[in-house]
Design a binder for this molecule. Structure first.
Ligand code: F6R
Length: 242
């Protein structure tokens, strides 16, 4: 289902939060897949404001993390998930999982990827997975060229993505060039997906994802192979759809 949501961030946040709340109320939200970035922020704020019961049993898995930032770095996705998701929802820190990008060796990073993939797949994947989409068509940090069969691994970020993320860093050279991300096939293991995009700068990626070929050239196009996907767009992000 694709919804062109005229009510902007609030309307989108409410619709996405409704899906999460429905699963939580039904006792089906054992595993909640969260995205970082600006797109889902209103979802977390909306969910926190609802003060729903049942969060104490929910296990949270993030999509991705930068490689090379020290543990505790405020720009790490672990810090973002702590601030935007864990604390507002009052979750048990032991139940919140973010890929570990702090290893200083390739073997250490590979081991962290394998452990993360195993922990998530042992749970059967997420019950609800929130997704944003990059201007490059990435989901998670699966940039163009990522196999649709990919699993959690270390990836190089596209130059456009590095530039998009530069606003969070003091100097352009501080922006990490690599990340650990769930693969496209990892993301596909979720039972329900909610993809959120807002703004004109997402319009072309949204068009390619929803109307172009299903192909590694646009990893987000894989959502069309997922069984239960809600796509929430503002009018600007929807503006290139036919
Ligand atoms: C974040 C992530 C990315 C973002 C995407 C959109 O965990 O995996 O795919 O969802 O880059 O970012 P925003 O929402 O900031 O436009």
């Amino acid at each position: 289902e694709v919804v062109d949501e005229a009510d902007g961030a609030e309307g989108i946040g409410r619709r996405a939060a409704d899906v999460v709340a429905e699963e939580l109320a039904a006792g089906r939200l054992a595993t909640f897949g969260v995205a970082t970035g600006s797109s889902p922020l209103q979802v977390y704020a909306d969910l926190a404001a609802r003060r729903l019961p049942g969060w104490d049993a929910v296990e949270v898995f993030a999509l991705d993390e930068y490689v090379g930032l020290p543990a505790g770095d405020p720009r790490s996705y672990a810090a973002v998930v702590e601030e935007e998701v864990r604390a507002p929802l009052g979750l048990d820190p032991a139940r919140v999982h973010v890929p570990d990008g702090t290893a200083t060796t390739e073997a250490g990073l590979a081991a962290a990827c394998a452990a993360y993939e195993a922990a998530l797949t042992a749970r059967g994947g997420a019950d609800v997975q929130l997704l944003g989409i990059g201007a490059t068509g990435h989901i998670g940090f699966n940039e163009p060229g990522s196999p649709l069969s990919s699993r959690t691994r270390v990836v190089e970020l596209a130059a456009t993505t590095v530039a998009d993320n530069a606003r969070f860093f003091a100097r352009p050279e501080d922006v990490p060039r690599r990340a650990v991300t769930q693969g496209v096939a990892t993301i596909a293991t979720a039972r329900r997906h909610v993809l959120i995009a807002r703004g004109e700068h997402k319009a072309e990626a949204v068009r390619a994802a929803l109307e172009g070929p299903v192909s590694p050239a646009c990893p987000a196009s894989a959502v069309r192979t997922f069984a239960d996907v809600l796509v929430l767009l503002d009018p600007a992000a929807a503006s290139r759809l036919t």
